[in-house]
Write a protein that binds this ligand. Structure first.
Ligand code: ADP
Ligand code: MG
Length: 258
């Protein structure tokens, strides 16, 4: 096993997130504890409203908890202000959302260059090109969103997430609304990134998608109610091969008398 697998990347202790709406308290997160080491690939599952997106917002430093402590890479972030949180986000985390969030009428290349605020223009272009090649879109650099399929748009979004070489990728329902084959292609990219050492935490409501991960965390009513290794892990490459295999039809019976 890779030595890095023993290094703690995320440590959430007793995280509460309480929203007050019309005088009523909603416990979106109700005492969540979660430890994630470098190199893990975690699926977060649970019914709608169980707190999955709220948890992802905490992990991604997009929101702060009502109480509890959260360390990322050993740094306590639950007390940081907005600017400090943004700095951690930009340095360490790549986000992939269900809705892609690409900028319309803008090329794949420009969308992927966007997070690269510093450096020479030529270097930014080279990095964005490399990221798009990595997700299999080297021949689509100049296409705009409307010229790409849903699966391809999601791959652009992944390229944008990895262009600044984050250690952590957070994905919220990244295979929602795309076909089975396209979903497998997305999971293949995630599995390759994870093999290269990128830690991934992914929300999904699909059992088959969760089986591509290495660990599964189940949530209910703002609490973690299950946490363990994925059994019978699926490798996207194998599934894609099966999906692409032509159906071998039984030879048609020859009608009598022909
Ligand atoms: P999931 O992603 O699992 O569907 P969420 O994390 O979106 O669940 O929501 C968990 C609970 O917190 C739900 O009851 C939801 O209505 C509530 N909630 C989420 N965000 C807010 C918010 N900004 N204001 C008030 N309540 C919220
Ligand atoms: Mg959600």
């Amino acid at each position: 096993m890779d030595a890095d697998n023993h290094v703690n990347l995320l440590s959430l202790r007793d995280i509460y997130k309480i929203y007050t709406i019309g005088g009523q308290e909603v416990h979106a997160l109700d005492g969540v504890c979660l430890e994630v080491n470098v190199g893990e690939f975690v699926a977060i599952m649970g019914p709608s409203g169980s707190g999955k997106s709220t948890l992802m917002n905490m992990i991604g430093c997009l929101d702060v908890p009502t109480s509890g402590t959260y360390k990322i890479d050993g740094v306590e972030v639950s007390t940081l202000d907005g600017d400090a949180l943004a700095a951690i986000r930009n340095r360490k985390i790549g986000f992939v959302f269900q809705g892609f969030n690409l900028i319309a009428r803008t090329s794949a290349l420009e969308n992927v260059e966007l997070p690269l605020m510093y450096g020479q223009q030529g270097d930014r272009k080279a990095a964005a090109t490399a990221a798009l090649v990595r997700v299999g879109l080297g021949d689509r650099l100049d296409h705009t969103s409307s010229e790409l399929s849903g699966g391809q748009q999601q791959r652009v979004a992944i390229a944008r997430a990895i262009v600044s070489k984050p250690r952590l990728i957070l994905a919220d329902e990244p295979t929602g609304n795309i076909s089975t084959l396209q979903s497998e292609e997305i999971m293949q990219i995630f599995q390759q990134l994870n093999d290269d050492g990128v830690t991934i935490v992914m929300v999904t409501h699909e059992e088959d998608i969760a089986r591509h991960c290495k660990r599964r965390v189940d949530m209910r009513d703002g609490k973690v109610v299950g946490d363990g290794p994925v059994k019978d892990r699926l490798m996207a490459g194998d599934v894609i091969e099966q999906l692409k295999r032509p159906l071998v039809a039984e030879p048609a019976a020859v009608p009598a008398g022909v």
